[in-house]
Design a protein. Structure first.
Length: 423
């Protein structure tokens, strides 16, 4: 009995020392994380062009003794850290690309980078927080590399390019990383990622089991009628009129057919091209838009009904119409069992009252492609200064992140890693 008591006492002392040591490491890493974030913010690079970003990431990982692979999916970086003991394989992912947005913030590390994007002069800005994601994961890599003796298994650090989508005609992003084998050799058992949020208070974490972000489909509808003089519409088939009826009809799928009490869904027509002159009824029209869904069943139903409706409406007015879909992202689906397993990790770091369930978001994330291959958990990290009532949303020139929220990201991913691998 005395021997057992001694063991418990020693274990408690060791565990206490370990926690104290980790807290000291977290305190020391915060200034580095902020410094890295400011560098990336001041030096943003667009999708598939993240060359200097990748160089800095790779150099940092190598300095930690982590095995590094570069040029993955063009500009991606993958680091492999093996713990002192065998076990499962966990992947931690951060996206690294910026956006064609001209920054309006007055910051000492404001982006002044300019470029030409799709034949338009524009600035380049980390207007979605990917700069913070990179810095957070670099911090996690440093902490974990100093604590290999506490890791039972392997950590794969995935720094992913082109989350915002590769340039036209190019491959990229999570899809290409998977195609090149990023989830193999060694095979990943589960993947985790976070996204900082400019409209969630610092210190809070938001999550949802199941579908948390929508699948994103781009659709193109080609309408064909019969050209005629604008003064004699009876002699033609009006492609613009058919387009208007199609747009009106598509919205009834959302308002009258989709069960929005289960999950939200969106159909948006964002572009219409047709006609050349005020007094000519054009022969053809093109409609381009997007569909957002959070349920595989609803996604199938909406696409099926869109196809039926487009073809039937055009035929009713004497024309022909066809629709094509292009999948941009899948549903970001948090594996319910993984959420249940990892939720205590989030709560132990942030505090139970600061870990909140969020409503689903109709924006998309290509982290979803990783989740189609292995179980994954994606959550949101607060990046808004508490009390701020005028926070600017992502993808805008005024997008702003409170840097004091990043350390919680480092702590959370570190705790998730320890708990997942050592459970």
């Amino acid at each position: 009995m005395k021997y057992l008591i001694l063991l418990f006492v020693l274990f408690g002392i060791t565990n206490s020392y370990t926690q104290t040591n980790l807290e000291q490491q977290f305190e020391e890493i915060e200034s580095k994380v902020i410094e890295w974030r400011r560098y990336f913010h001041q030096n943003p690079e667009l999708s598939n062009q993240e060359f200097k970003t990748a160089e800095k990431i790779a150099a940092h990982l190598r300095s930690l003794g982590i095995e590094v692979q570069t040029d993955v999916a063009i500009t991606g970086v993958v680091g492999l850290l093996k713990g002192d003991n065998p076990g499962k394989v966990i992947a931690l992912r951060a996206d690294i690309d910026a956006l064609p947005v001209t920054e309006r913030n007055d910051l000492p590390f404001k982006s002044e980078v300019k470029t030409t994007f799709l034949n338009t002069e524009t600035g380049v800005m980390h207007a979605c927080g990917h700069d913070t994601h990179i810095a957070i994961l670099m911090g996690v890599a440093e902490i974990l590399s100093k604590n290999k003796d506490k890791i039972n298994g392997t950590v794969k650090f995935i720094f992913q390019p082109a989350e915002e989508g590769p340039p036209p005609g190019e491959e990229g992003g999570a899809k290409l990383m998977i195609k090149e084998g990023v989830l193999e050799n060694p095979k990943v058992d589960a993947i985790f990622g976070l996204h900082i949020d400019s409209e969630i208070e610092v210190g809070k974490i938001a999550y949802k089991s199941g579908g948390i972000m929508a699948s994103v489909e781009r659709f193109v509808i080609n309408v064909k009628g019969k050209q005629s003089h604008g003064a004699e519409p009876w002699s033609g088939v009006d492609s613009i009129l058919i387009s208007a009826k199609i747009i009106d009809g598509l919205q009834t799928i959302i308002s009258r057919e989709a069960n929005l009490t289960d999950e939200p869904a969106v159909i948006t027509v964002g572009k219409i091209t047709s006609g050349t002159r005020f007094n000519i009824i054009p022969e053809s029209a093109e409609l381009i838009g997007t569909v957002r869904t959070l349920s595989p069943d609803m996604k199938e139903m909406i696409q099926r009904r869109m196809k039926e409706m487009v073809e039937t409406i055009a035929k009713a007015y004497g024309g022909i119409a066809r629709i094509e879909f292009q999948n941009n992202t899948a549903i970001t689906y948090n594996d319910p069992d993984l959420v249940t397993q990892i939720l205590p990790s989030l709560q132990s770091v942030a505090g139970s009252k600061n870990v909140i369930i969020t409503k689903p978001i109709t924006g998309g994330e290509d982290f979803s492609y990783f989740q189609e291959v292995v179980p994954g958990f994606y959550f949101f990290l607060g990046g808004m200064t508490p009390g701020n009532k005028n926070a600017f949303p992502h993808h805008t020139p005024d997008f702003f992140i409170d840097e004091s929220g990043m350390l919680l990201g480092v702590k959370t991913l570190t705790q998730i890693t320890f708990d997942f691998l050592n459970n």
